[in-house]
Write a protein that binds this ligand. Structure first.
Ligand code: GDP
Length: 444
């Protein structure tokens, strides 16, 4: 998961200072030595580390004059604040043109995830901003990039503009902008050509595209896992082409976090989005504050709530509550729930957003077994509709059939039935309690 190593180190460090009622200069010094080490190990740019340590040290000495928090807690708050500032402070929104179409250029080196991110971003623009995006296939050099974008467009049911690979990227971009105007599409997302390395030709081509119609945004896509290389790439692109923001991909696999923590300071350009997986819905706006909390093990409840809100159908939730109350919850509802949770993303990632979850015994190393969930689904799918509603009718021979049908064992079938039974019992108790309370109130 993202920032794992850094989080672990920093959390260990702040744990020591947390309860202190008095923080001496020596305490701060010692702590900052460890923080410095943690940041360097996370591959954060050296200059950035130095500045960070200086800022925190200055603020941390002499904190004990403040109220409400213990001095130790205040120091942690300062670390969190400065981490947030390091990553840009506030979340940086997308700039849209007031004379559509808005033009967003996607630039980056090959393999960084530019084409994938172009698709993901179009998806976000449509879903969250109600825009009508046009995907433009101008990466004519990487074999199959054009087809890849077309496939993504099909998958997302979004239009893709392409003129094959024989027309120059500048011409493709020009015609695409015209096409968007004619079709009243309001955002043009240009997937420009990547290269293996930064070279003069690439930069010139990007500048030429820029010259067509000053783009509203130029997003550089970089791979978080490449650490300081990503920072150097960002610096070069910023100096030669000029960028307005960064999309950091593969943060899901980046345990160190050096790029995420350095890019803003080095380039002074904000990280706008982060890629958290290969799927089309795995692009998230980058929130420096939430990220800082996550790194320090304070959880990221806001992102968790947003994820839940985006995936939970309120009507369904109400329906479910009703079923809970009347204890008419069936295996069909169960499986629907399972799928709703799965849609929110990998479960172990979700767990890590809960404050303190990484400190809870047993939860720190939890790997939620998605395969296991698949087995549970298979068992339920092997039941008849009547069995799903009334599992108590399932006989021993049926259990055997269900196990065979789902490729599981009788023990697993039994376990699931038992768990379901217990869940229903619990619901009964809970609704009993709720109703009991209600009655009491009425009498009063
Ligand atoms: P391009 O050459 O920059 O256009 O790169 P692609 O879009 O083809 O992406 C390269 C690889 O990175 C593909 O296998 C993508 O699925 C993968 N990828 C892109 N973004 C992410 C991400 O956020 N997380 C993960 N895990 N993989 C990603």
């Amino acid at each position: 998961m993202a920032f794992e190593g850094l989080a672990e180190r920093l959390q260990g460090t702040i744990q020591k200072i947390k309860g202190k009622g008095k923080v001496t200069e020596q305490d701060v010094k010692e702590m900052m030595r460890e923080v410095r080490f943690a940041l360097i190990e996370a591959d954060v740019n050296l200059k950035v580390v130095k500045e960070f340590v200086k800022k925190v040290s200055e603020r941390a000495v002499g904190v004990d004059v403040m109220k409400s928090l213990t001095p130790g807690q205040q120091v942690i708050k300062i670390v969190q604040d400065e981490l947030k500032n390091l990553m840009g402070g506030e979340q940086s929104p997308i700039k849209f043109s007031n004379r559509p179409p808005t033009v967003i250029m996607m630039v980056g080196l090959q393999g960084a995830g530019k084409t994938t991110t172009t698709g993901k971003l179009a998806n976000v623009l449509r879903k969250k901003y109600n825009k009508k995006p046009l995907l433009v296939a101008a990466d004519i050099y990487r074999p199959a990039a054009v087809e890849q974008l077309q496939t993504l467009g099909k998958q997302l049911s979004l239009p893709v503009f392409s003129l094959g690979t024989d027309v120059s990227p500048v011409e493709i971009a020009r015609q695409a902008i015209e096409h968007a105007k004619e079709e009243h599409l309001d955002v043009v997302l240009i997937d420009t050509a990547g290269r293996l390395h930064i070279d003069e030709e690439l930069m010139q081509e990007l500048k030429d595209i820029r010259g067509l119609k000053e783009p509203d945004e130029v997003f550089l896509v970089v791979d978080a896992m490449t650490g300081q290389d990503a920072v150097n790439v960002a610096q070069s692109f910023n100096e030669t082409v000029g960028i307005t923001g960064v999309v950091l991909t593969k943060l899901d696999g980046d345990t160190r976090g050096g790029a995420a923590l350095s890019i803003r300071s080095v380039t002074e350009k904000p990280i706008k989005f982060v890629g958290m997986g290969e799927k089309m819905d795995a692009l998230e706006p980058f929130h420096p504050e939430r990220m800082a909390s996550r790194i320090l093990g304070m959880g990221d409840v806001l992102s968790l709530i947003e994820k839940a809100q985006a995936n939970v159908d309120m009507e369904k939730a109400k329906e479910l509550e009703e079923k809970f109350m009347t204890q008419s919850f069936t295996f069909d509802d169960f499986i629907e729930q399972l799928q709703a949770v799965k849609k929110m993303g990998p479960l172990d990632e979700l767990l890590k957003m809960i404050p303190g979850a990484n400190k809870m015994k047993g939860l720190d190393n939890v790997k939620v077994d998605e395969k296991q969930m698949g087995r549970i689904e298979a068992i339920i799918y092997s039941m008849t509709p009547n069995e799903k509603t009334n599992p108590e009718i399932i006989s021993a021979s049926r259990k055997k059939r269900i196990a065979t049908g789902s490729g599981t064992t009788i023990q697993e079938v039994n376990r699931l039935l038992k768990q379901f039974e217990e869940m229903k019992k619990m619901m009964k108790q809970m609704t009993g309690m709720a109703q009991g309370k209600g009655k009491k109130k009425m009498k009063m």
